[in-house]
Structure formats: C-alpha cells, structure tokens
Design a protein around this ligand. Sequence first.
Ligand SMILES: O=P(O)(O)OC[C@H]1O[C@H](O[C@H]2O[C@H](CO)[C@@H](O)[C@H](O)[C@H]2O)[C@H](O)[C@@H](O)[C@@H]1O
Ligand SMILES: O=c1ccn([C@@H]2O[C@H](COP(=O)(O)OP(=O)(O)O)[C@@H](O)[C@H]2O)c(=O)[nH]1
Length: 520
Amino acid sequence: MVHLELLYKPVATDRKGSHGRLVVVSNRVPVPTSSAEPLAGGLAIALQAALKTRGGVWFGWSGKVSQDPDPALQVRTFGSISYAVSDLSRRDIDEYYHGFANRALWPICHYRLDLANLSARDASGYFRVNEQFARRLAKMLRPDDIVWVHDYHFIPIASCLRRLGCANRMGFFLHIPWPGPDIAAALPEYDRILRSLAAYDVLGFQTPVDAENFRDCLVHAKAGHIVDGGCCEAYGRRFQVDAFPISIDAEAFAQEARVAERNIVVKRMRASLEGREMIIGVDRLDYSKGVKQRIAAFSAFLERSPQAARGRVTLLQITPKSRSEVPEYAKIQREVAEQVGHVNGKLGDVDWTPVRYINKVMSQSALAGLYRVARVGLVTPLRDGMNLVAKEYVAAQSPENPGVLILSQFAGAAQELEQALIVNPYDVEATADAIARAFAMPLKERKERWSAMMETLRCNSVEAWTNRFLQVLSGDADLQELEPSLPAARSVVRSGAVAESEPWRAASPIWPSLGPSLGH
Ligand SMILES: O=P(O)(O)OC[C@H]1O[C@H](O[C@H]2O[C@H](CO)[C@@H](O)[C@H](O)[C@H]2O)[C@H](O)[C@@H](O)[C@@H]1O
Ligand SMILES: O=c1ccn([C@@H]2O[C@H](COP(=O)(O)OP(=O)(O)O)[C@@H](O)[C@H]2O)c(=O)[nH]1
C-alpha cells in the first residue's frame, strides 16, 4: 500500500520524556515488499519491532541509482510503520557512499590510515547528500518524534536538521569503531564531524573503549569537556555519550539453528564433508575482516599437522562480495581469491579441498545450520565494531556438543564473549595454535565456555539494546539505571578491557591428534 507523504512543519520542542513516533535513519532501509514478508537479520527485526510499538518512520537511501538529480521521496506504509526512501544520483553515490563514507570514514575508523583516500570532492558530496536528506526528513518530522540515526553515513544529518529548526530529541549509534584522537584526527573535516556529532542528544558506541575514545577526541581537540558519567559538553551543547553493545536475538537464532538441520544447503554441506571436521568463517569481503590472515593461519595449522590428519579438516569461508566499486575492496577480492587458490593448490589433494571459498550470500537459516555443523567458528577481524557473526555462531551451537569460538581481540564482541579463545589476528602462528587448541578442547570445557557466552547473549539481547537506547534517548531513564545486565561480562563491558584471565593463554599449544578424537 503506497501512501502520499504527509508534510509537517517542524516546530521546535526539546521535551524530555515525550513519546512521539520513532524515526529511524539509516543508509540501508529494509523496505518490505508486503506486510507478510519476514525481515532478515536481528537488527532489522528489532528496529522494526520498536517502530511498530511506537509507530514510526524508517528513512534513508533506497539503494538505487536515479537519473534525476533531485529524486522524490517514496513512502510505503505497512500498518504503523512508514518506509521513506529516496534514490541517489550516480555522482552522489560515488561521493557520499563509495567516496567519503567508505574510502575515508570506514578505513580511518577501522584504524587503516594507509587505506584512507581523502578527497575534497567526496567530502563536499557527503555533506551535500546529508543536507538533501535532512531537508526531506524535516518536512516529515513531527515535533514530538524522536530521531535515531544509525551509522557513519549520516553523521551530519542532526546538525542539518537543527539548522532547519528541528528541536526533536536525536540520537546517533555508530556501528563501527571510533578510534582515539591520534587516529581520528586524520579524518577529513575532523572538526566539522565532531561538531556534527555534538548536535545529537545521545551518542552511542559499540564498546566502552569506543565511547572513551570519542570523549578523548573532544577533550584533545579542545572542543569540550566531560561533565560527569557519560555526559559531555561541547560546541555549546550537552549530550550523553556511552557504550550500547549491539546484540542478536539469541533464542530465536538458536531455534533457527535447531530446525536448520532440514535446510537443503546444510544437508548438502554435511553430506559433502564425508565425516571431516569443519571450521566456518562468515564475513563480507572487507579488508577489516582479516580474511587473508585467517587463511594464512589455517594454512599454518595444516602445515604443522601430521600429513595423514590434514585432509580431515575443511575451512568453509562464506564471503559475499561487498562495496566492489571501491578500489580497496576490488583489491582485497583479487588477493583473497589468489591466496585461496595458492593454499588449495599447495595443500589440497584429489579428494580434499582445504578451503571452500564462496562469494554467495547465504540465508540466515542456512548460516544458522552451518554454524551448528562447524566444530570451530573462526572470527578474526583486524578491527570490527561488534561482529554479529561471533554472536550468531555461539547462539547456533548445540548445548550437548558445542563448538569453539575463536575470536579476535579487536572485535567489539570480544569485550562480552570473554570465554571465546581470544586471539591477536595479526599473529598468524598464535591463531594456528588456537585452532589446534579448539580441536583438542575437552567437551566439559567447551560446554563451560559456551554456557557462559550464551548466558551473556541471553541477558544482552538485541531487544534489550533497542530498549535501553530508546529509553535514554526518550529521556525516560538515566544511563546508570540502564546498564546492560551482562552476567559474566558486566565488569568487562564497563571497564572496556579485553579479558586477560583465560588460563589457555599461559598454556603451551595443545596439538590435536586429528585422529578419531576429532569426532564432533
Ligand atoms: O551497507 P554496506 O555498505 O553493504 O555494508 C554492510 C553494513 O556493514 C557495517 O556493519 C556494522 O554493523 C554491525 C552491526 O552493528 C557490526 O556488528 C559490524 O561490526 C559493523 O561493521 C556497517 O556499519 C553498516 O552500516 C552496513 O550496512
Ligand atoms: O552470506 C551471508 C553473510 C552474512 N550474513 C549476515 O550478515 C551479518 C554480518 O554482520 P557482522 O556484524 O558480523 O558484520 P558486518 O557485515 O555488519 O560488518 C550477520 O548477521 C550475518 O548473519 C548473511 O545473512 N548472509
């Protein structure tokens, strides 16, 4: 059902505790084609649930190119939720999305100054597109709406809306990391970015370290100061800054994994393994995900394993292509393909391919079943905001015989999932050790580690994440009242430290026999 856009004049209010509509702003908008269509992905489902409860609008880019330099807003309404999207011109996509967002903000926020491409044209396109979106959104906003902006594509939209007279409560959640001042200062238009962020009422980051880094940036740039707790003052505004670690619906994912035994992809995978063990990696093909280092670690693990045992393990690497028009992504695509060919050529045999490398997008149902089949989940990003794959892998495991999660210390998820085997992904040898350790791990230890991680996921569900952010943004509660209730990881989340207490860190590598004991 398509409705015409209703126009509302923005009226200034700054009311705390208001319960107007929720307006979610994100670059990608999962517009359903019918009200019966199920959404894919926990985040989309959680945001849709929040929108349904309050009534609201999901606003952003359609994902499509337009020939028109000023494309119209298209609004589709299903029940209490309207999806409002507009196309972008080729030039806007190049400058705003491929350019500034994915060649400047993304690499710098992922600590990759070496990959950053600073272009004044891209910067001006980024701010121009934000201005265009803000003008469209301002026309739709009601005075008591609360606005929740997601991610680095739309940092300036709140300041644009403020200039247009919108005094609504506005919150921003950054899904990617935020580095400390030494690195963040390399961002093009750094002062303008910080100033834009100060236009929000609540700034949410994935981890306490990211939130702390942001506060440091304000202080270091002499732009503002910390008032108390998570409150900051900068550029003449007072706003809340804190960590809101995103999560998944672990129970729903576990249920998906239980029934996915029947999924045809899972059945085919199981059959083709012919009794071999499987390690799984699932990542967009992005240089931040550490896929090259991971394949090198798997290869090192195989090379060190006894000759007869090598052919008993397969790495299934599911890696959909991403942002292929960005040169740095095209490069990593070539490099990984070449590396996989090299490893398979060197170590493979007539009846065994060590790395099964797939560029297809898999359904959540297939992924859930494949995670459950995999004895090891290998999640080794060089830097990642959260990494939901790590959480999904844990949720998908069988309680009677759980697999082992190997997790990079540089994924946001490592601050909660401290019972994973935490590795430095740059250290290929250490990651190979961790693979060996995972295969040698006794069932009792696997169960203990898994139970603790699963409990953490149950406590900090994606629904709890949404509610906590919205309660703070609505002004209904203070942050202190709403700390995430994570049993094992609570102190870790607050302190921002990666756990240092795993006994395996001190232990010498345990090599698996790769004999019958491998049976999962
Ligand atoms: O929209 P794309 O350019 O195709 O990229 C896909 C998404 O990638 C990023 O995901 C991040 O969000 C996850 C959930 O919070 C988090 O776990 C992960 O660490 C991040 O990398 C990006 O932030 C999204 O905006 C993109 O849509
Ligand atoms: O073929 C695929 C690969 C990934 N995903 C999903 O994409 C998300 C990836 O999120 P993550 O936080 O790990 O990384 P991002 O890609 O957002 O940086 C997870 O929910 C995966 O289940 C998927 O549905 N199909």
